[in-house]
Design a binder for this molecule. Structure first.
Ligand code: NAD
Ligand code: DAU
Length: 352
């Protein structure tokens, strides 16, 4: 194929992956973007309708857990870079079924590392294995302090433990085999196309359907929120300018207690739906806390700002407002993903 780069994006039909695929396909017509996704409940090709007929876009419905299939794809497309997002990504599901997380996040990642090592060993091309990870690997903060790139790992859920394992393996392949790797650890993303098992789209969906808004514990837990389109800009920056063997933290400088965030969503929804202020807050329901619930995540992203000149720019209220508008304008997308498997998951998670 006559493309300048042949980039395998794993998990490209998911939330963050689909925004990344769109950005790269549109911005770099000289790159072949090969989206490899086995379409679990979280993968949705509807997310990519607008770019699916572009000449530099390719889709392969395959699992990263299948070594032979992955190797065949490296061969077929002459892959020279990987941006690896495919994962089981929801903490609550990891509490119900840890093994699925080990299989995809640890063993699937190891497959890709082994194949990249084998395939690029005598490569004359510039290669890069970019692993997308999470701030959850650092554990839980109290009221003060921030995660930096040197904060010791202390994962506390099966999800974060599986992501921490995959980060360690990526680093091991860099040190042991000189595989050209880079890692970024990002805080909580929000935005269009996020599956409504995660807090923000779940709240929007439930307000629309006049259902309870489940707040775990007392709602005092803090997360640092970043708009997904800003995260994928950071990924583009790190992919092109990040140093091999390095890790970069990405965050929104935007900490919110869950209960305050839910109230803000209620206010914005009331405004947009033409409801009297206070209408939606009646649905707030405090429920049993998440087991092992991390109190606070907060990212120090000065390294990426100082070294690569990336920082978040969009104000949270603006990002949240455009996110809500997207869900209000895409009722069919929301309806399609909240039938079938979602209903069973929802029942299991919230009917406790
Ligand atoms: P997501 O759950 O929306 O999407 C995951 C995608 O991976 C889906 O399309 C799914 O079909 C695919 N997938 C799962 N198992 C696969 C397999 N075996 N083979 C091929 N594809 C498979 O996840 P997301 O929120 O977009 O997160 C993407 C990545 O970013 C994950 O690695 C996650 O750990 C990381 N991350 C997420 C956030 C966040 O807030 N969502 C923050 C930091 C890092
Ligand atoms: O920090 C990055 C991580 O952010 C990513 O690595 C994960 O893939 C992503 O899912 C997200 O993890 P969280 O567990 O922080 O996200 P979630 O949306 O599930 O929950 C956000 C907060 O809201 C958390 O403190 C738990 C709480 N919560 C969540 C749900 C779904 C509730 O109070 N009620 C809920 O119903």
């Amino acid at each position: 194929m006559d493309f300048q780069k042949k980039i395998m994006i794993t998990g490209g039909a998911g939330f963050i992956g689909s925004h990344l695929v769109r950005l790269l396909v549109n911005r770099y017509p000289s790159y072949a973007i090969i989206n490899v996704d086995c379409l679990t409940y979280a993968g949705n090709l509807e997310n990519l309708k607008d770019i699916e007929s572009k000449e530099n876009y390719f889709f392969e419905k395959k699992s990263i857990c299948d070594y032979n299939e992955m190797e065949a794809l490296f061969e077929k497309y002459q892959i020279n870079s990987v941006i690896h997002l495919a994962a089981e990504s929801h903490v609550d599901r990891s509490i119900h079924d840890p093994l699925a997380f080990i299989q995809t996040n640890v063993l699937g990642t190891t497959n890709l590392l082994l194949i990249a090592k084998k395939y690029w060993e005598n490569s004359i091309h510039e290669n890069r294995f970019y692993h997308i990870s999470t701030d959850e690997v650092f554990g839980s903060l109290n009221e003060t302090g921030y995660f930096t790139e040197t904060t010791p790992y202390s994962p506390r859920s099966p999800y974060s433990a599986s992501k921490a394992s995959s980060d360690h393996l990526v680093n091991a392949f860099y040190h042991t085999y000189q595989l050209p790797t880079v890692i970024s650890n990002c805080s909580n993303n929000y935005g269009p196309n996020q599956f409504p098992e995660k807090l923000i789209p779940l709240a929007i969906h439930n307000i629309l359907h006049q259902k309870p808004l489940p707040v775990y514990g007392s709602g005092e837990n803090v997360r640092d929120w970043l708009l997904v389109t800003e995260h994928v800009e950071a990924i583009d920056t790190i992919f092109h300018k990040g140093k091999i063997g390095e890790t970069y933290n990405i965050g929104g400088n935007n900490e919110w207690k869950n209960i305050d965030l839910i109230k803000l969503i209620c206010d914005l929804m009331d405004e947009k739906l033409g409801n009297k202020k206070g209408t939606s807050t009646q649905y707030i329901t405090f429920v049993k806390d998440r087991s092992g619930h991390d109190l606070r995540y907060a990212i120090d992203c000065s390294k990426i700002k100082n070294e690569l000149d990336w920082e978040p720019k969009i104000q949270f209220r603006e990002g949240l407002s455009l996110t809500i508008d997207w869900y209000l304008n895409n009722p069919t997308w929301l309806k399609n993903v909240t039938s079938g498997e979602y209903l069973q998951y929802y029942q299991k998670q919230y009917a406790q």
